[in-house]
Write a protein that binds this ligand. Structure first.
Ligand SMILES: O=P(O)(O)OC[C@H]1O[C@](O)(CO)[C@@H](O)[C@@H]1O
Length: 583
């Protein structure tokens, strides 16, 4: 298959490339230029970092480029690791996967008296250059120059897998990836995002610390202008891909991924809390976590109504599940809203849907229970299969339905489900994605050679047995309503179910289609056709090329945009799937 999916999308920022400082020498020259401009006898430089930044590299650079500076490391003022373990335990818990959302702040990790003493000592220094370096540095002084070194969520995960990064304040480099991810998800990343946001407007320079030995730095004005330019036009975040026990071979071809990897299960094409954004400034690519856009420009991005409902959180997720020549996903169910709130402190739940981008002859979805199922017998059989490592007869209890390309299957929380093998799903779902109660994993092992954790205990509390064969066929399988039809355009509503907050619209078209955001965020994927052009009828943004299977975000602040078949798809029938929050 000829691939034209762009796996490194960027936003072109209209600034001179000289304003992106690449390499430690240029970075420190610029910092010292600003320090000299200030002309003070004492300069306090705070170099604050996201947890996971390579501290050794930064410290060496500080010492090499500012040999006369007094360097203070923030980690000397942390509480001890055992105290931090105890503090975080109620939120991290001893569950293998799930923790609890909480309100811990970065200062909770520091020893109060030590921090105050250190602040006094910095204040009392009479002259010279003082560098406060490390996590939480902005707490330590009113910085003359505040620098923030940031790290993409995916890069942190890769460093965790390699054993280079553990969790904040605890010595757990050798802990399993799953345990470190859980602590990152429920704790560290929320703590660090809150801290970054609190000081965001005071930051003078932002650093991209993603590639070892290749730091880059942008002045705050350019960085903020980049965010403003991004939120005024359609854009893509940088996708990332991960293998899994049921993963397939389709993403490798379509997204041109490493052919030597065993498989790719997931392609996260629009999960802005975890993806990156790439700014292109002249010849430089500057990487930043896309959550920074969500946190700092929520009204322009989401629109006022969505912001009122969700706050600064991006509520829609698009990702791929590739099972071509792979296996079935685990048979699973997601918590209801009440359950996720009570047990995990999340405000909304993992409502999902599967849009089938590709499906082989034998592709299927497991969805809902069989009519008049014996619920107690099903749970007993699931528990037996888990305890005694016997087989679970899924088809005795769960509907198995054939699926074909362009089917849209709705999966409100509480519905037992999973995609079968030999299909490619575009998941169009609410953002939470780790709250999966696995009921049966088909007797196979995870990528680490161990059985994956099963959650029948949680699952049995949320399975909705009224979602049986008859009900799911009527309500959850291709529940399509025609919205409008003319010679060149057909618009259909394909979901989601009325209990879910996302509306999805499919457009079939062979010429220009006009879309209105109505002041609310749109997320769009090209599900048919090799290429389209997204344009502003008023020339408010540059024309934007989108290829097959690429997801793009249209901020609420973009009132109107058009989509036209382009390149070798010009004049041919294309289709987009657009999602937005029902308001
Ligand atoms: O549990 P499995 O088999 O890995 O299932 C796939 C997972 O991917 C998700 O769809 C999230 O993208 C979850 O709902 C699900 O847990």
């Amino acid at each position: 298959m000829q691939s034209n999916y762009d796996k490194y999308p960027y936003v072109e920022i209209s600034e001179s490339s000289e304003l992106c400082f690449a390499g430690w020498q240029h970075i420190f020259d610029e910092i010292m230029r600003l320090a000299e401009l200030k002309g003070q006898s004492k300069t306090v430089i705070c170099m604050d970092v996201y947890h996971g930044v390579d501290a050794a590299e930064m410290l060496d650079a500080i010492k090499a480029h500012l040999p006369a500076a007094t360097v203070i490391q923030t980690n000397a003022c942390l509480k001890d690791a055992a105290q931090i373990q105890q503090m975080v335990f109620p939120y991290v818990t001893d569950d293998a996967i799930f923790g609890r959302i909480n309100n811990l702040q970065i200062h909770d990790f520091f020893d109060g008296p030590k921090l105050e003493k250190q602040k006094d000592q910095i204040r009392d220094l009479a002259s010279g250059t003082v560098v406060v370096f490390g996590e939480g540095a902005a707490l330590f002084a009113d910085a003359d120059i505040l620098i923030y070194a940031d790290l993409a969520r995916w890069e942190i995960q890769k460093r965790m897998k390699r054993g280079q990064v553990g969790n904040f304040g605890v010595n757990n480099l050798d802990e399993s990836f799953a345990a470190k991810y859980k602590q990152g998800y429920f704790l560290d990343w929320r703590v660090f995002d809150k801290h970054k946001l609190a000081f965001f407007d005071q930051i003078d320079f932002f650093m991209d610390a993603n590639i070892a030995g290749q730091p880059k730095m942008l002045g705050a004005e350019i960085y903020r202008s980049g965010l403003d330019q991004t939120v005024g036009r359609p854009f893509r975040v940088v996708p990332f891909f991960d293998p899994g026990p049921w993963g397939g071979q389709w993403l490798k071809e379509v997204a041109d991924l490493d052919r030597d990897e065993i498989n790719y299960a997931w392609g996260f094409d629009c999960v802005p809390e975890e993806n990156s954004l790439h700014f292109r400034i002249g010849e430089h690519i500057f990487e930043l976590p896309s959550i920074n856009l969500v946190l700092t420009r929520p009204q322009q991005l989401l629109g006022q109504a969505v912001y009122n409902e969700f706050g600064a959180e991006f509520p829609i997720r698009f990702d791929f599940l590739d099972t071509m020549q792979g296996g079935n996903l685990s048979l699973q169910v997601h918590p209801t809203r009440a359950y996720i709130q009570e047990h995990f402190g999340m405000s909304y739940t993992q409502d999902e849907s599967y849009y089938f981008l590709e499906a082989d002859q034998d592709a299927c979805v497991y969805l809902g229970t069989r009519n008049k199922v014996d619920a107690a017998a099903m749970i007993a059989d699931l528990e037996k299969a888990q305890k005694e490592l016997t087989d679970f007869d899924a088809e005795k209890y769960v509907n198995k339905l054939p699926v074909k390309k362009h089917d849209h299957i709705l999966i409100p929380a509480g519905t037992i489900h999973c995609s079968g093998k030999n299909a490619v799903v575009l998941e169009i779902s609410a953002t939470p994605y780790i709250f999966t109660f696995k009921l049966w994993d088909w007797g196979r092992l995870g990528m680490d050679g161990k059985p994956r954790p099963i959650n029948i205990e949680h699952g049995k509390n949320v399975i909705d047995y009224s979602r049986d064969e008859d009900w799911v066929k009527q309500h959850l399988v291709n529940n399509i309503t025609s919205i409008s039809l003319n010679g060149h355009l057909k618009e259909e509503s394909t979901g989601l179910h009325e209990t879910q907050f996302i509306e999805t619209r499919r457009h079939w078209f062979d010429s220009k289609v006009t879309h209105y955001t109505h002041g609310t965020l749109n997320v769009v994927n090209l599900v048919e056709g090799s290429q389209v052009l997204v344009e502003s009828p008023d020339n408010l943004f540059e024309p934007y090329v989108i290829h097959y299977a690429e997801t793009f975000i249209v901020p609420a602040s973009v009132a109107v945009y058009t989509i036209t078949p382009a390149g070798n798809a010009a004049g041919t029938k294309c289709a987009t799937l657009k999602a937005y929050v029902r308001t």
